[in-house]
Design a protein around this ligand. Sequence first.
Ligand code: NAP
Length: 246
Amino acid sequence: MSKRIAMVTGGIGGLGTAICRALAAAGRTVIAVDLDSRADRLAAFRTEVNGLDIHFAAADVSDHASCGALVRGIEDTHGSLAILVNNAGITRDSTLRKMSRGQWDEVLDVNLGSAFNLCAHAIGPMQARGFGRVVNISSVSGQTGNFGQANYAAAKAGLLGFSMSLAREVAGKGITVNSVSPGYIETAMTAAMPAEVLARICASIPAGRIGQPGDIARTVAFLSHDDAGYITGANIPVNGGLFMAA
Ligand code: NAP
């Protein structure tokens, strides 16, 4: 069988880079998709993944038409897209009273709209081929809500409903759709938090530590494995026990 092709959005970010590396280590050809506006970060990413079967494609995944062109371009250049990891995400935190309509729209468009945009273009060809793995990166905030994150929590909770609904639609076609809900993971996103807030959160994590990008990446690699075909519509919390639910 030829190598499976995987796309990871937000692929040069903290979790994205780890996911790209884990999928490449699992024998996938990986396309990291990200905004091309960060030349310095892109250069660092290229250095970090040098020698691995990881490529870069620039796109704004909040734009529906760009996602169509992206999927077609990847299929033309690399081959059939088998694994889609919707990982791109942003925060624009604010209490609701101060939140602008722009902050709401931007967060919903990037975190949730992107999953629709890419699945809308990628699912049809996956169905025709009878195989696909979709993994959507949600957040513990989507399960519990979080102060100052009405936009982000709504988008991440939306991803859970989106994943379960799409999973039902395509389960009979060899496609699984699952979500992963990270807790607090050591990336630029958490480094931007006030140190005292982060310390307080870490003290409340049963595992006694902040998560590492590899904790998420290994979960994504597991869900996107050919042998994980009977797991669909599931949400895997990877949060050190911060939030537990049956
Ligand atoms: P990150 O380092 O900021 O990576 C996210 C990447 O997505 C960045 O490279 C970002 O580019 C890119 N991106 C933003 N908007 C985009 C767009 N419109 N089109 C394409 N790419 C875009 O964040 P991370 O910590 O790795 O988070 C990855 C995912 O995990 C996110 O969905 C996040 O919500 C979720 N998550 C993270 C944590 C955590 O503790 N880190 C916890 C729970 C969930 P720019 O940097 O240029 O914006």
